[in-house]
Design a protein around this ligand. Structure first.
Ligand code: MN
Length: 706
């Protein structure tokens, strides 16, 4: 086991100015906390955090990350607390340790492979700092390296998790070596027969053709020497899992596979990369279609390298990667290269990708460059900060926008579930439907048959999917309500004309008005698109003429010149019986305003436009539109009752719509035509007296509703 001195030496190698005292304190604290605990292998538990920390020194990471590695299991597995870690090692370390603990606590088990991507996103979303993921990956790598001492069923579960989630995550972080090693360690558990067969093929190959790697490496060194090029050549056999996957993907046998060996030439600068390439192509035949120049065209994760495949005399192909030292660092450490130290300072590697850009590519939100500086300043990374990931009871992950509520969750599963939601449990506890979900929570939706979306839900949901589903359902419900309302209005109108409302009459009228069917007609009457009176007029034209002896509604006032046209002002909707004033406009028109209308104040400076007007005595027809605002409970039949009352009192409803809808109360706007002030007051009194109507008030200006 390595000692504190060893670890400090490993760090000092790349970071001579590291905080040695703090690192030693973290060591002592971790060792004390884990004292007495053992690993499955029987080794003292603290050997594990130490191994994780030394793994991270290979990536040359900063003090905070190394200390986090030493403490990563303390909050979870010992009596240590967040507060204590914060007091002893500072806020940054406490946050990082807490981040690792949260990832460790996630239950990442799902039968469905497509969930793996969501799990990876969840891990990133919960991390907020890429260093949390780096520690978690190193933790997993050490656990996989020592997996042999676990129970076989546990081994399989860890290996699957590693293969599906952690190995691809390492790939995403740009750490190809770690990805390959994690995959291969998992492969060893999941499919040992396949892996052994590949290892056996390697042995056979070596017996047949000798040590290919050292031969080719020596050949390449010779070529570079001849050309006076200074570079380091590495050769290696690919990992059994990489080979097995290629065999599966390309459906090839081992002997026909070309990429068994990989070679790398590391040089000092870009010019030498191309010089080496030229030298290699001169010596060996390049395989067409296998050349890629990621130096002039870097990948967006910062990867730079020249790739080529050449074939030797025996026809065997080998892949060669050529890159500079700095490029190599990025290719190995990935995003960690950003934190890597060299000679005591944060290494300014020109090829290291700024983590913000990295995150942007990962989250597919690479848009503008401006926001990125801030990320760089604060190392802290809000990954997927606009999203949350929650679990279904089955362990599937549902991805939602930040601010999403259990209702969004329900609609994300299925519209049917959303519509039938009555309540929700988060992590087993009943919560209100407006609760905002947080990452990693487990959500259970409780549904009931017969439940329908409430209008107030619109304000509780965040997703477009939930909003449109709720609106759709409300519209359907509205339609049903409008049909009921239309039937009520029609009945009243028909009876007022001494006729009976029959389905046959409705169908006939619908056809005459070119509508789909009777329900369509009723819905339009209910929503005030068509007046019930017009329908009666359509069917019985003889009933629609005005009775004798009524005042002419076109000129119901005294005081007009013969060529002046009369209109009622819509800002105050005066009715016969109320005191009015006429205002001329555009020469021939006269608008009648109520004497107390606010608009009149602005006309005081133009006295020549004012005219004295009086309503004619006599019976006025019910054609004067007035606006009411009613508050009614959301219960079956109340709206119909309102319409019946208005209809029974010989007033025609010309418009009706909802102003707002609370779960238990509606506010509705009703425009109706009355004959005079007395008529209006009678209707208001009757409505106000009705038990089910909470409030009925007249609104002077329908455009300015309170
Ligand atoms: Mn651990």
């Amino acid at each position: 086991m390595i000692t504190p001195d060893d670890l400090v030496a490993l760090i000092r190698n790349y970071n001579p100015t590291c905080d040695e005292a703090l690192i030693r304190r973290a060591w002592n604290y971790g060792a004390a906390m884990h004292d007495g605990q053992l690993r499955h292998s029987g080794a003292p538990y603290f050997t594990h955090p130490v191994a994780v920390a030394s793994l991270l020194t290979e990536m040359r990471l900063d003090d905070a990350t190394i200390i986090t590695a030493l403490l990563h299991d303390t909050i979870e597995d010992t009596k240590s607390t967040y507060a204590e870690v914060e007091t002893l090692f500072g806020h940054e370390v406490a946050e990082l340790v807490d981040g690792v603990t949260k990832l460790t606590n996630l239950q990442l088990s799902s039968s469905e492979a497509k969930q793996a991507e969501n799990f990876r996103k969840l891990l990133m979303a919960m991390s907020r700092d890429l260093r949390v993921i780096l520690v978690k990956l190193a933790d997993r790598l050490h656990n996989m390296r020592t997996i042999k001492s676990m129970r076989p069923d546990k081994q399989a579960q860890k290996a699957r998790e590693t293969m599906e989630i952690y190995a691809p995550l390492a790939g995403r972080m740009g750490m190809q070596w770690m990805r390959e090693e994690l995959e291969d360690l998992a492969f060893k558990v999941l499919n040992p027969e396949a892996r052994n067969s590949i290892l056996r093929r390697f042995i056979t190959l070596q017996r047949e053709s000798g040590d290919v790697i050292s031969r080719i490496t020596a050949d390449m060194r010779l070529e570079l020497d001849k050309a006076g090029l200074d570079g380091t050549v590495y050769g290696r056999a690919k990992k059994p899992y990489s080979i097995w996957r290629k065999m599966q993907e390309k459906n090839l046998t081992f002997s026909r596979l070309s990429d068994i060996y990989g070679f790398r030439v590391i040089v000092d600068d870009v010019a030498q990369c191309y010089a080496v390439l030229g030298q290699i192509h001169q010596r060996w035949r390049a395989v067409p279609g296998r050349f890629k120049d990621y130096i002039s065209q870097p990948k967006n994760n910062g990867y730079r390298s020249i790739h080529t495949t050449v074939s030797g005399r025996d026809g065997k192909r080998v892949e060669v990667q050529i890159r500079t030292r700095e490029m190599h660092e990025v290719a190995e450490a990935g995003v960690a290269a950003h934190w890597a130290y060299r000679d005591g300072t944060r290494a300014a590697n020109p090829f290291a990708v700024d983590p913000a850009k990295w995150v942007a590519t990962l989250t597919e939100r690479l848009d503008s460059a401006e926001d990125h500086d801030e990320f760089l300043e604060h190392v802290k990374l809000e990954m997927y900060s606009d999203q949350v990931f929650c679990f279904t009871p089955k362990g599937d992950v549902i991805q939602l926008p930040r601010g999403a509520t259990p209702l969004d969750f329900a609609y994300a599963i299925h519209t049917r579930i959303g519509n039938a939601t009555v309540s929700a449990k988060v992590d087993g506890l009943r919560v209100p439907l407006w609760t905002r979900l947080r990452n990693g929570q487990s959500v259970e939706i409780i549904t009931a048959e017969g439940q329908r979306p409430q209008a107030s839900w619109i304000e509780l949901v965040h997703t477009g999917r939930a909003k449109s589903a709720i609106r759709r359902s409300l519209r359907e419900e509205d339609r049903e309500r409008f049909i009921r309302l239309g039937r009520e209005l029609s009945r009243v109108s028909f009876e007022g004309m001494g006729r009976r409302l029959t389905d046959k009459a409705l169908t006939t009228a619908a056809r005459a008005l070119a509508l789909k069917d009777a329900d369509d007609l009723l819905a339009r009457i209910g929503s005030a698109e068509i007046s019930a009176r017009a329908v009666v007029a359509q069917l019985y034209p003889e009933l629609a003429t005005l009775p004798e002896g009524e005042v002419d509604a076109e000129r119901p006032v005294v005081g007009l010149e013969p060529d002046q046209r009369f209109r009622r002002a819509n800002c105050c909707q005066p009715v016969p019986g109320e005191r009015i004033v006429g205002i001329t406009y555009r020469g021939k028109g006269v608008l009648a305003h109520a004497i107390d209308c606010e608009v009149l104040a602005s006309l005081e400076s133009q006295p020549d436009r004012w005219i004295d007007l009086h309503w004619l005595d006599g019976k006025h027809p019910p054609v004067h539109a007035v606006s009411l605002q009613l508050t009614i409970p959301n219960s079956a039949g109340v709206l119909g009752r309102v319409c019946t009352l208005i209809g029974e009192n010989q007033a025609n409803i010309s418009d009706l719509h909802f102003l707002d809808r609370k779960p238990d109360y509606f506010r509705i706007f009703v425009e109706l035509d009355v004959s005079d002030a007395q008529h209006l007051h009678r209707i208001l009194t009757i409505l106000s007296a009705e038990n089910d109507i909470a409030e009925a008030i007249r609104v002077r200006d329908p455009k300015r509703q309170p």
